[in-house]
Design a protein around this ligand. Structure first.
Ligand SMILES: [Fe+2]
Length: 243
């Protein structure tokens, strides 16, 4: 079965992930050795610092610079890479009020799709205004938000009513593979997977020390979760590799 890693910080020199092309190659080789067949590059994008309405020249420059840097970094990886994984790219978009005033969000989606990896603020309790950001993505921009590493937000793994509401609204859910072998957390996540609350897996690889351990988490999932759910997660992954 294909293994999809939809959340990584492997493109060089873009964020707090890989600092150079050599490290990027080490990380890609490592994940490929762990059986990953499809990998998405999702460098951080901090919407809270950028006016995305198209009315601010300085912000337009920042946006264009982000897209150009991502393109250059991707090309540098493609020039060096000799393995067999299939790649796509998107962004891990830190959510803020700016998102709902954006002119165009399609360049931040996974290439060729309307899926967008949405990272809620670090201390989010999913207050109503934050739910509105997600609702706006869906209704105004026709985007499907994928909530990044929901296990980082206590409320999202404890309040099933809220998680159900978000999913019914149109949100999808991603968890990090390393959380699947984190004591105290893994059991909760296996339950969520078995109940159908989880759509995607990502390693959130930043370095050899952070993330970059897809196989271990994946095997824990295989051991503790229904095979139909594991297959479903693999099937969902394929939606992001259309571009
Ligand atoms: Fe991330």
């Amino acid at each position: 079965m294909n293994r999809y890693d939809i959340h990584t910080h492997i493109l060089p020199r873009l964020d707090d992930g890989s600092p150079d092309i050599d490290i990027s190659m080490v990380l890609l080789e490592e994940l490929e050795n762990q059986g990953v067949t499809h990998l998405a590059f999702t460098p951080h994008f901090y919407s809270q610092y950028v006016d995305m309405s198209g009315n601010d020249e300085q912000s337009e420059k920042i946006l264009q610079q982000y897209f150009q840097s991502r393109k250059d970094a991707l090309q540098s990886v493609l020039r060096e890479y000799e393995g067999h994984m299939r790649f796509t790219y998107g962004a891990e978009v830190h959510m803020s009020e700016n998102i709902i005033h954006a002119k165009d969000l399609s360049p931040l989606c996974y290439h060729g799709t309307n899926y967008l990896l949405a990272e809620m603020p670090y201390d989010s309790v999913m207050a109503e205004n934050e739910v509105v950001w997600l609702k706006t993505l869906i209704e105004k921009y026709n985007i499907t938000p994928i909530l990044a590493h929901i296990e980082r937000y206590t409320v999202l793994v404890t309040d099933k009513k809220l998680l159900s509401r978000l999913r019914e609204m149109g949100c999808k859910v991603q968890i990090n593979t390393e959380s699947l072998y984190t004591r105290g957390l893994s059991k909760i996540l296996f339950k969520l997977i078995n109940e159908g609350y989880v759509d995607f897996l990502g390693s959130d690889t930043h370095s050899t020390m952070r993330g970059c351990d897809y196989h271990r988490g994946y095997m824990e999932m295989v051991k503790h979760c229904d095979s139909s759910m594991v297959e479903g997660i693999a099937h969902n992954g394929s939606f992001l590799f259309k571009g």
